[in-house]
Write a protein of this length. Structure first.
Length: 343
């Protein structure tokens, strides 16, 4: 149900949210008039505060005359910010040139910078494994009957598999396999029919096909790996938390141990069109009902690859969080576009 309020009420709500986020103290009418520059009387502000409270956007703790935002109030405030976004995100202190073509290194760098800039918990989901391609393969004869296959993907991921044979492996066959894989498989996307065909090419001899079949799990096994989630800011998570936020943070840390659950939460909230905000109960996980998630998707022009997110208390700086994830996602999108274009 959409809440309609006047422009003055919207301005007062914005001031209350920003003052409360900054100070952590209930905000009263006198404070708003003196500190926020609202050009109306204290009595008018008191009336508007009461109206906002009647609409469920504000509440007042105990007998305090000051108000604090409710989850609905934060939601309304965040929606106002999302509606007023500029067409292009602003600059962000994220330089990904040093990581070259290593997507995973770029994702880790993004989480670290986001956590540092916002003092919130930063989350970045990696691209789905089926979107990556094979960059390089090595076939190494470790022992006469033991071969190790090393597969490097376009995102910088490395997979190593050991294949053991009942007989001694011809060194020439192992060398041929490495050359064949780099000539015929490198550049192909994981899980595609074309990649599978390379292992079943009728032009291969029975011995070559049988040998490649033993190496094949090194490629197909990559798709069975869990999608990665990069997390930054856990070390300083509790440093600036207020006493009444500690329980929420502890529950959040427990959820962090369940990476799959967090990936699902981020994935459900994903909106390819614009940044997204989920406040408290809007997150299905009960352990997250006292926190908020702000995020933005990154990827290619035709496909979303993942999301950049910030988790923190409901009393967070939504303006800074939205701008930060949006700019970080923009930088990541530019980075992965170059990587995927090369592959």
């Amino acid at each position: 149900m959409q809440i309609e309020i006047t422009s003055r009420q919207s301005e007062i709500l914005r001031r209350v949210v920003e003052e409360y986020v900054d100070s952590g103290q209930p905000v009263g009418s006198k404070h708003l008039v003196e500190r926020s520059g609202i050009r109306v009387s204290s009595s008018t502000v008191r009336y508007e505060l009461a109206e906002l409270e009647s609409r469920g956007l504000l509440t007042h703790p105990h007998t305090s005359a000051g108000r604090v935002p409710t989850n609905r109030g934060y939601r309304f405030y965040a929606d106002t910010l999302l509606e007023g976004l500029e067409p292009r995100p602003g600059p962000f202190m994220l330089d990904l040139s040093a990581v070259r073509s290593e997507v995973e290194a770029a994702l880790q760098a993004t989480t670290e910078v986001l956590a540092q800039v916002t003092s919130l918990l930063a989350l970045v989901s990696a691209p789905p494994l089926e979107t990556t391609t094979v960059r390089h393969a090595e076939v190494l004869l470790l022992q006469p009957q033991v071969v190790m296959v090393v597969v490097i993907t376009s995102t910088g991921g490395v997979s190593k598999r050991i294949a053991t044979f009942d007989h001694a492996v011809d060194p020439g066959l192992a060398k041929w396999a490495g050359e064949y894989l780099n000539e015929r498989v490198a550049g192909l996307q994981l899980g595609t029919h074309l990649l599978r065909q390379r292992f079943e090419d009728p032009a291969l001899s029975p011995a070559e096909r049988a040998f490649l079949d033993q190496l094949r799990p090194a490629f197909s096994g990559l798709l069975g790996a869990e999608q990665r989630l990069f997390v930054g800011g856990t070390a300083s998570l509790l440093e600036d938390a207020r006493a009444d936020e500690l329980d929420a943070y502890r529950r959040l840390l427990e959820v962090l141990e369940q990476r799959a659950a967090l990936l699902e939460i981020v994935g459900e909230a994903l909106d390819p069109r614009r940044p997204f905000v989920r406040v408290g109960g809007e997150l299905d996980n009960p352990a997250l009902h006292d926190v908020a998630l702000v995020g933005a998707s990154y990827g290619l022009a035709h496909r979303t690859l993942g999301a950049v997110g910030l988790l923190g208390p409901v009393r967070m700086d939504y303006d800074k969080a939205i701008r930060s994830v949006r700019s970080a996602a923009f930088e990541l999108s530019r980075f992965v576009e170059g990587i995927y274009a090369e592959n």
